[in-house]
Design a protein around this ligand. Structure first.
Ligand SMILES: [Zn+2]
Length: 69
C-alpha cells in the first residue's frame, strides 16, 4: 500500500509549444517588423503571453493584394 506524499512537489514546467512563437514577418512591413521586435523582446524577458500575442499578430497580419508570396 502506498501513502500519498505529504510534501508539496515542485511545479511542473511544461514546454511551450514552439509554434506559438512562429511567424515570419513580411519583409518591408513595418507592422510585422514591430511585432517581431516585441515578440523577441518579450520571449527574452519570459513574457510568454506578450510573445505569443505578438507572434499571432504577425501570422494574422493581412497584407492585401500587395502580398507576393
Ligand atoms: Zn505585416
Amino acid at each position: 500500500m502506498t501513502t500519498p506524499p505529504r510534501y508539496s512537489a515542485d511545479p511542473v514546467e511544461l514546454d511551450l509549444d514552439r509554434w506559438l512563437l512562429e511567424g515570419a514577418p513580411v519583409p518591408g512591413c513595418a507592422s510585422c517588423a514591430t511585432r517581431a521586435v516585441k515578440r523577441d523582446a518579450a520571449a527574452e524577458a519570459g513574457d510568454w503571453k506578450a510573445a505569443c500575442a505578438a507572434a499571432r499578430g504577425i501570422r494574422n497580419h493581412r497584407h492585401g493584394h500587395r502580398e507576393t508570396v
